[in-house]
Design a protein around this ligand. Structure first.
Ligand SMILES: Nc1ncnc2c1ncn2[C@@H]1O[C@H](COP(=O)(O)OP(=O)(O)O)[C@@H](O)[C@H]1O
Ligand SMILES: C=C(OP(=O)(O)O)C(=O)O
Ligand SMILES: [Ca+2]
Ligand SMILES: [Mn+2]
Length: 653
């Protein structure tokens, strides 16, 4: 008698025939070979196959012939131990590979085989302790670590790893400090407007010790050895030591991933980050003004992070380092996105946070070279990074399909909100922060250009999100105007929506990234001018912000219109359009662009209150003038003529 789960009889009239599973009547539950295991533990051990400790980009499975696996691991651990050395002990901790919980390698075994350092007299309990190193784990391994040990880690419906960055959901530029010594005092940009807030070497060491002691006190740390810069001649080796799988996966995605062979020969890193973000700095330490401190020491080639878990701090910290190292080699570092057309025409997209670098460089009809950080050398452009970091607020599949589709297994989704059951992400939800983010490897964008390098740029697009609504959607710039706007680095922020409508605030950030530059802005500007002149590149100013009024009365320019404008720049059609000059800013604006209503091209047409338009225009012009006062005493390049032209290229009234 058969019954279903509800106990209701479903008995057929006649008994069922016996199920025939095999001709000879012997019942097998499967037809495969039996597993080669005597116990469940053995069975589990079969599940995992040994492989290289990395995730190769191109599936290279080379022969690891030059050094034995044991020797390679010993060297690696020694190098990591040296990285984690503290001041008081002089030597690093005893490090051992693998997850302490995973019983990957028994401690005694490793101690016996790998003499990480010469035996020293134990001066403290911490030197008796082992620190397990999770070295260049794969995304899958990092998912497991995050989900097991880090609160707030979940897999979303599309397979991304949702994480929380804690109390800080954005960068903390006021807590970023740079060690001042005889070299940096001379070389770097200090004082008004500079992002380089000074600290002394000793204080750096105090913070370094705090971070290193914190990391050494943990059962395990994550170590990433990776590269920056796709230009092979100017590649930098970076090591990131962190406490969270989230941070390790973020950097795995954002830096260039080495192949197993490259990792084998990695050697000593050129730069090391100690990310102890969960642990605060000591506010009684000299120079500390909060519990957060991001400290850069160029001489030691080290960065220490205390009191912030926002992952963007690491990528932008390394960007600062590149802004120091590259100009020394006559290479210009750029806070810009970059893409290339089918015919090899390259465009740069400069702009401050939220102005559209990532959105507009990710273009289905063009090859993506990178979304945020590039180098421009004698040979052309190269991306510094191996991944993209997109803003996700109000992300839609229709408007940004490539970014949408990149949010899948392996992608880190920061501070987003999802349905607790379906794990479907609600991209409109700002409950945690407005700065929700997705970090994914660049190859998640289908038309990424790998390797991420390209020829010299043809178009240099300066993006400004003008919440005042007075800058034209697009204008063609002279070289002097390009320099003026590059040095100004304008965008506008909109005030919080909750307290009702407030005035937008203008922000000026030299080189569209004052927070990251290390030298005086005019150094970068001079290099840009020289390169643009030599390559005959055209500058453009694109307003991705408001039209028809300021924030509150007007609307943000529709993304499809901005894309049409960008298309016309790329195709070259805009270069030959008819232009009219605007008053105050003296910008050349086109009268027509295919696919864009002509009336929006001239901002005053879109404002119903013409008087308010004129007032707002003059107000913004005044803010530009005031901001530029700091730069009027600087010469740009070798040529006095260019300096004078730049000064004249600003608003005139
Ligand atoms: N007209 C527009 N042009 C560019 N971006 C726009 C526009 N309108 C709205 N946006 C939104 O503005 C944000 C731009 O952010 P993003 O591209 O990540 O900036 P960045 O990379 O410069 O920090 C995206 O969320 C995008 O959807
Ligand atoms: C990561 C950042 O870059 P962006 O907003 O320019 O994409 C940031 O500014 O924190
Ligand atoms: Ca950026
Ligand atoms: Mn971006």
């Amino acid at each position: 008698m058969a019954a279903n789960g509800n106990g209701v009889s479903t008995a057929p009239r006649s008994p069922l025939a016996r199920i025939q599973t095999h001709k000879n009547g012997i019942c097998h539950d499967d037809s495969g070979k039996p597993v080669k295991a005597q116990t469940i533990d053995e069975l589990h051990s079969l599940q995992k196959k040994r492989s290289a400790p990395t995730t190769p980009l191109d599936g290279v499975q080379g022969a690891f012939a030059t050094v034995s696996e044991d020797e390679r691991q010993r060297q690696q651990l020694q190098s990591i131990s040296a990285s984690l050395a503290s001041l008081t002990r002089g030597t690093g901790p005893k490090v051992v590979r693998g997850d302490p919980a995973g019983k990957v390698q028994p401690v005694s075994h490793v101690e016996h085989h790998h003499h990480v350092e010469a035996p020293t007299i134990s001066v403290s309990d911490s030197s008796l302790k082992f620190t397990h190193v999770l070295y260049n784990l794969s995304p899958a391994e990092l998912y497991e670590q995050a989900i097991k040990y880090e609160k707030g880690s979940f897999i979303t419906a599309t397979g991304a790893l949702a994480t929380l960055s804690g109390a800080k959901t954005g960068r903390s530029p006021r807590d970023k400090r740079v060690v001042i010594d005889d070299t940096t005092r001379e070389e770097l940009w200090w004082g008004k407007g500079s992002p380089n807030i000074e600290m002394d070497e000793h204080t750096f060491m105090v913070n370094r010790e705090r971070a290193v002691d914190y990391l050494n006190s943990l059962d395990k740390v994550f170590v990433n050895d990776q590269f920056l810069n796709w230009d092979p001649k100017n590649r930098i080796k970076v090591r990131i030591v962190s406490a969270r799988a989230y941070h390790s996966l973020f950097m795995h995605n954002m830096c260039i991933r080495p192949t197993p062979e490259e990792l084998e020969n990695f050697g000593t890193p050129d730069f090391t980050i100690y990310n102890a973000g969960q642990f605060p700095c000591n506010r009684y330490t000299h120079y500390m003004t909060s519990s957060t401190s991001i400290d850069l020491n160029l001489a030691r080639r080290e960065m220490v992070i205390l009191g912030t878990q926002y992952a963007g701090e690491m990528k932008k910290g390394l960007f600062s380092v590149m802004h120091y190292l590259m100009p020394k080699r006559q290479i210009l570092s750029l806070h810009s996105g970059c893409n290339m057309g089918k015919d090899g025409d390259v465009a740069l997209f400069f702009g401050l946070s939220g102005t559209g670098k990532t959105t507009l460089s990710t273009d289905h009809n063009r090859y993506l070279i990178g979304d945020d950080e590039h180098c421009w050398s004698e040979n052309g452009v190269s991306n510094i990074e191996g991944g993209c970091y997109a803003k996700c607020i109000d992300l839609s599949r229709e408007k940004e399909p490539d970014i949408w589709n990149a949010i899948k297994f392996g992608t880190v989704l920061e501070n987003i909100v999802f349905d607790e059951h379906t794990r479907e992400v609600d991209y409109s939800d700002k409950s945690v922060t407005e700065n929700t983010r997705a970090a994914y490897p660049i190859e998640y964008i289908p038309n990424a250009k790998i390797p991420c390098v390209g020829p010299h740029p043809k178009n240099v697009i300066l993006l400004a999100c003008d919440a005042f609504g007075v800058l034209p959607p697009v204008s063609k710039l002279s070289l002097a105007q390009t320099m003026y706007h590059f040095i100004s680095g304008y965008t506008a922020l909109v005030a919080g929506t909750e307290d009702g409508i407030k005035e937008p605030t203008a922000t000026f950030s030299a080189c569209f990234g004052a927070a990251f530059i290390m030298l005086h802005p005019t150094k970068y500007a001079a290099m840009l001018a020289e390169k643009m002149q030599k390559q005959g590149a055209t500058g453009w100013l694109v307003n991705t912000g408001w039209s028809g009024g300021s924030y509150g009365s007007g609307n943000r320019i529709k993304l499809p219109y901005t894309r049409k404008i960008i298309d016309a720049i790329h195709s070259g059609s805009l270069l030959n359009a008819n232009y009219q000059k605007t008053e105050v800013f003296g910008l050349e604006i086109p009268t027509e662009i295919e696919g864009v209503p002509s009336e929006i091209l001239r901002p005053e047409n879109t404002w119903s209150d013409k008087k308010a338009y004129k007032e707002t225009l003059l107000k913004l012009g005044g803010l530009f003038k005031k901001n530029f006062e700091t730069f009027t005493n600087y010469k740009i390049g070798k040529d006095n003529k260019l300096t004078e032209e730049i000064l004249a290229a600003g608003p005139n009234f």
